[in-house]
Write a protein that binds this ligand. Structure first.
Ligand SMILES: Cc1cc2nc3c(=O)[nH]c(=O)nc-3n(C[C@H](O)[C@H](O)[C@H](O)COP(=O)(O)O)c2cc1C
Length: 178
């Protein structure tokens, strides 16, 4: 079982990237996780489609070889930030859409605020339905108060959160296996 993790923040010390790294390194799941680095994805522009940017061809190849995708997004201004929107624009085109159709999508996200990115996640869920991902609203995990649950090195220091992440991943893997 291969799962592609897509963190939606460009920031070097991003909590969302840290969560992706935590999932990738966790030994408790019988799956292989790969992290897609979003920083190299250019803004969607139809002019670039005749000669697709390398970041997009890489992303499509990773998706082809994945059984599922988990997007890990921050929330900006009560909504889904541009980087993930931009990735989805690229994935909704004729050269990419066949590979995301019915691909099971898990959704999580980290914020330093108290609402755990639920508004961004809700928006992502709606867009995901439109472009054809397989979605199930149960496969979402909000993570709040990032400065309390991650340390300076980006490691999760809260046992309750570790358990929640494990259970989110276990449930997601069970879903995509069926
Ligand atoms: C422009 C901007 C708007 C933000 N708006 C929200 C928001 O609406 N809700 C929220 O929970 N956090 C908001 N935040 C806080 C981010 O969730 C926080 O900076 C988070 O750490 C970003 O994710 P990252 O650490 O992966 O980069 C905002 C941050 C920025 C820079």
């Amino acid at each position: 079982m291969k799962v592609l993790l897509i963190p939606g923040s460009l920031r070097q010390k991003s909590f969302n990237k840290s969560l992706a790294i935590h999932i990738k390194n966790s030994q408790s799941h019988k799956a292989e996780f790969e992290i897609f680095e979003i920083n190299d994805v250019p803004m969607f522009n139809e002019d670039l489609e005749d000669n697709l940017p390398e970041a997009i061809t890489n992303l499509i190849d990773l998706i082809k070889s994945s059984d599922g995708i988990i997007i890990i997004t921050p929330e900006y201004n009560n909504s889904l930030p541009a980087p993930i929107r931009n990735v989805i624009h690229w994935l909704s085109r004729k050269y990419s859409k066949p590979y995301i159709l019915n691909k099971p999508l898990g959704i999580t996200g980290v914020t330093d605020g108290g609402f755990g990115t639920v508004r961004a996640q809700h928006e992502l869920l709606q867009i995901a339905v439109v472009v054809g991902f397989k979605v199930d609203a149960h496969h979402r995990l909000p993570v709040s108060k990032a400065y309390d649950v991650f340390n300076e090195k980006g490691e999760i220091i809260d046992d309750g959160l570790k358990t929640k992440v494990d259970s989110f991943i276990d449930n997601y893997l069970e879903w995509i296996r069926n």
